[in-house]
Design a protein around this ligand. Structure first.
Ligand code: NAD
Length: 355
């Protein structure tokens, strides 16, 4: 063990609360094109670090560093549990995507990704569009989700994975993966939520839907025979399954006591506001499908897409989320732990097996 003590200059990273033995943290500056970015490579044990590039008007560089460290670590866990031959990384560009984004900015970012020689592979995230990634791809091949490498929008694969995860949860709780007659509250009818709702409808589930976008709700009522409810009541609906597909932190001290569903399984990122909320759910007998496991279909499609659009491997790996979650739910009971703690354990085990 190195007895190295961080100096003041390095302590910002090495003593950072989110620092978790990250392999590389690269601070990027391209004055000519106005680029300020941080690229964090958390762990490459399983392969090159894949993780999206986020553009956000962070108030301070410290906030950007916090996001880069936290999100890159999350990608290591997500890619490991999805059984992808990839590590975890993330890039954040400190800029306002509405005002500051130019093709030149994205190309400059691409040049810096190229400098890392494939240790980090970038993709879309918040604030970045498919067109932006095409600009990045002009400067580096270490990019996924572009027209040349991708299957396009990852949302249908995310929705497929969530549907498979709901089946795994139903099997665990009700003894059957058959969703006929099961009631599901789908909160958020965007790219993933609407697709998921349509799959649930085809599987014979009864839908209760909510979204701040009234047109999306009206469409689900007409096309899928759904019942509309107020967005504020989505979590408390009297249903078998609650599928959060809108924003994060929806499961918190205010909402958990009101949950009536036996299962929570949806696409939204960071659904639990704190780890204590997961413990509270377990105490109430609510089965929670860890978000980063159930919503991995998108990253699977980005990681494994082949030029030409053949998605056989992507679909098979996405459908494997059903078995992975079934295993997590069983272990959660055997080891008397929350499913999210078991998911983290599974990621550690996969990493350790390769070290
Ligand atoms: P989206 O922006 O297409 O859809 C989100 C929907 O939620 C919109 O229809 C919006 O109107 C609605 N919404 C916003 N606030 C709401 C509220 N308070 N109550 C109810 N509805 C509300 O996003 P998406 O791509 O469908 O992603 C949904 C969630 O899944 C996000 O948390 C995202 O991070 C996560 N996710 C998405 C993918 C993907 O492949 N798209 C992959 C992994 C995780």
């Amino acid at each position: 063990m190195n007895a190295f003590t961080p100096s003041l200059a390095t302590s910002a990273v090495f003593n950072h609360i989110e620092y978790d033995d990250h392999e590389d943290v690269v601070f990027v500056r391209d004055k000519k094109h106005g680029l300020f970015a941080i690229i964090a490579v958390h762990d490459t044990t399983l392969g090159p670090a894949l993780g999206g590039c986020r553009i956000w008007p962070y108030a301070t560089p410290e906030e950007a560093l916090t996001d880069a460290l936290r999100l890159s670590r999350g990608m290591t866990y997500k890619n490991a549990v999805a059984d992808l031959p990839l590590g975890g990384g993330k890039a954040v560009i400190i800029a306002d995507p509405k005002k500051d984004k130019t093709p030149e900015l994205m190309q400059a970012f691409g040049r810096h990704v190229e400098r890392l020689s494939g240790t980090y592979i970038t993709a879309e995230d918040v604030g970045v569009s498919p067109d932006d990634m095409e600009q990045v791809a002009k400067e580096t091949g270490h990019v996924r989700g572009t027209q040349a490498t991708g299957l396009g929008d990852p949302s249908p694969y995310t929705a497929l994975g969530v549907f498979c995860g709901i089946q795994a949860a139903a099997e665990h709780v009700f003894g059957s993966a058959d969703l006929t007659g099961k009631s599901v509250s789908v909160q958020g009818l965007g790219h993933v939520g609407y697709d998921l709702a349509a799959q649930l409808h085809r599987a014979g589930a009864k839908l209760v839907v909510s979204d701040i976008n009234e047109a999306a709700v009206a469409r689900a009522v007409t096309e899928l025979g759904a019942t509309a409810i107020e967005t504020a009541n989505a979590h408390a609906a009297d249903v078998d399954i609650f599928a959060p597909c809108a924003l994060g932190a929806g499961l918190n001290a205010q909402t958990v006591p009101g949950i009536r569903a036996r299962i929570i399984a949806g696409a939204a990122n960071n659904q639990l506001k704190t780890p204590d909320d997961g413990v509270a759910l377990r105490k109430r007998g609510v089965l929670y499908a860890p978000d980063y496991v159930i919503n991995a279909g998108g990253v699977i499609s980005i990681a494994l897409a082949k030029p030409g659009g053949n998605d056989t491997e992507v679909r098979a790996k996405t459908e494997a989320i059903r078995a992975t979650l079934g295993n997590i739910f069983r272990r959660s009971e055997q080891e008397n732990s929350t499913p999210e703690a078991i998911a983290d354990r599974l990621a550690h085990e996969r990493l350790q097996a390769h070290k």
